[in-house]
Ligand binder design. Structure first.
Ligand SMILES: NC(=O)c1ccc[n+]([C@@H]2O[C@H](COP(=O)([O-])OP(=O)(O)OC[C@H]3O[C@@H](n4cnc5c(N)ncnc54)[C@H](O)[C@@H]3O)[C@@H](O)[C@H]2O)c1
Length: 334
C-alpha cells in the first residue's frame, strides 16, 4: 500500500472536526454548517504547496472554504472584520440588535477569526481587515506573499446583503455600502491578486457572486447589481489575465444556510439556522438546503489544478433553483 493511500485511509477514518483540530466542537457553535446531507469530504493534497487568501473567512461559506483548503494542504491567510465588543456593536446597531449579534461578533465568539485561526493551527492565519479599506486588503495579500513567498489562490468572498428595501426605499448610504463590499472590494482583490500572481507565474482568482446576478429578486436590486458586476468583472479580467496563466472565475450560490440569511445585522431578529434550512429544502429541485461546504467544494475545484482550462466562468451552485421553469408552482404545491 502506498504512503499516500495509507494517509488517505487514516484521514478518511477521522471525523471532519477531528481533522480540523476540534473534536469537542459543539455543532451549535457553527450552526451554518450541517453536513448531514452533504457527501463527507476526505483530507487530501489537492492544494498542497499552494498559498491562498480568502476574504470573509470567519463565517458561512468563507469559513467552510478556509477549512476545506486547509484540509487539502494549502497555506491559508483569511480576513474578516475584527471581533468587536458588545459596547461597540451596541453603538453601531443599537442595544436590541447587539444582544442578538454579539455572540457571533464578540471576542471568542463563533466567528472570531483569531479563535478560528488558533483552532486550525499552522495551516491558517487570520488578518483582521475590512475589505473596503484598500490598505487593509493590501495588507492581507502582502501577509500571504511575505509569509509564504507568493500567492496562488485568491477567493474574494466577503459580502453583505439583504434588508436593503425596494429600489424606492433603498438609501444612497446602503446602496453605496453594498456596492463597496460586494463589487468594488472584489475588483480591488482581483487587482491585488493579479499583481502578486504575475510574479508567481500564474494563479486562480475566484469571487462569490450570486444567482441574484441572473434572476430578479425583489428587495435585492443593489445586491443583485453588485453581484452581476462581479460576473462581468470576472469575464473581462479572465480575458486580460489569461496570457499570464491567471484564471478568473466566480461562483453563483443559490440559497445557502449562513448567517447572511438567518442572522443578518439588518434584520430585526434572527430567523435561526434550522428554520432557514427547512425553508430552503423546498426551494429548488434538489430537495435540501445549500450548505457552506457545497460552495467550498466548488471553490476547491476552481482553486485546484483540476480546472486549469477553465476561466471566465460563472459557475452556478444552487441545486437547480435558477433552471427550474415552474419552481414557484412546485413550491406552492401546484
Ligand atoms: N448565503 C447565501 O444564500 C448566499 C447566496 C448567494 C451569494 N452569497 C454570497 O456569499 C458570500 C459569503 O456570504 P455567506 O452567505 O457565507 O455569509 P456570512 O455572513 O456568513 O459571511 C460573510 C462574511 O463576510 C464578512 N464581511 C462582511 N463585510 C466585510 C468587510 N467589509 N470586510 C471583511 N469582511 C466582511 C462578514 O463578517 C462575514 O464573516 C457573500 O459574498 C454573499 O453575498 C450568499
Amino acid at each position: 500500500m502506498s504512503a499516500i493511500w495509507r494517509t488517505w485511509q487514516t484521514c478518511k477514518s477521522k471525523t471532519r472536526d477531528e481533522r480540523l483540530g476540534n473534536p469537542e466542537r459543539d455543532p451549535k457553535d457553527n450552526p451554518d454548517t450541517d453536513n448531514t446531507n452533504v457527501k463527507e469530504t476526505t483530507m487530501g493534497d489537492r492544494l498542497a504547496g499552494k498559498v491562498a487568501v480568502i476574504t470573509g473567512g470567519a463565517s458561512g461559506m468563507g469559513l467552510a472554504t478556509v477549512e476545506r483548503f486547509v484540509e487539502e494542504g494549502a497555506q491559508v491567510v483569511f480576513c474578516d472584520l475584527p471581533p468587536t465588543s458588545r459596547e461597540d456593536l451596541a453603538a453601531r446597531l443599537g442595544d436590541e440588535k447587539a444582544k442578538m449579534h454579539h455572540a457571533r461578533r464578540e471576542q471568542g465568539g463563533p466567528n472570531d477569526g483569531v479563535a478560528i485561526g488558533e483552532r486550525l493551527g499552522n495551516g491558517a492565519t487570520f488578518v483582521p481587515a475590512d475589505v473596503t479599506d484598500p490598505e487593509q486588503l493590501a495588507a492581507v495579500v502582502e501577509t500571504a506573499v511575505r509569509t509564504y513567498g507568493g500567492l496562488d489562490i485568491m477567493f474574494n468572498n466577503a459580502g453583505i446583503g439583504g434588508a436593503e428595501g425596494s429600489v424606492i426605499e433603498c438609501s444612497d448610504e446602503i446602496y453605496d455600502r453594498i456596492l463597496d463590499v460586494d463589487l468594488k472590494a472584489v475588483w480591488r482583490g482581483i487587482k491585488l491578486a493579479a499583481s502578486a500572481m504575475i510574479e508567481r507565474g500564474g494563479g486562480s482568482i475566484i469571487s462569490t457572486s450570486s444567482i441574484a446576478a441572473i434572476l430578479g429578486f425583489p428587495g435585492l436590486a443593489a445586491y443583485g447589481s453588485a453581484k452581476a458586476g462581479v460576473t462581468e468583472l470576472t469575464r473581462a479580467a479572465a480575458v486580460e489575465l489569461g496570457p499570464q496563466s491567471i484564471r478568473v472565475n466566480c461562483i453563483l450560490p443559490g440559497g445557502v444556510v449562513t448567517p447572511l440569511i438567518y442572522d443578518s445585522p439588518a434584520a430585526e431578529q434572527s430567523v435561526g439556522a434550522e428554520a432557514v434550512r427547512d425553508m430552503l429544502a423546498n426551494a429548488q429541485p434538489i430537495p435540501r438546503a445549500g450548505e457552506p461546504t457545497d460552495i467550498a467544494n466548488a471553490a476547491l475545484w476552481l482553486a485546484s489544478d483540476e480546472s486549469t482550462f477553465v476561466t471566465g466562468q460563472a459557475i452556478v451552485v444552487d441545486g437547480g433553483m435558477s433552471i427550474e421553469a415552474n419552481g414557484s408552482r412546485r413550491r406552492a404545491g401546484g
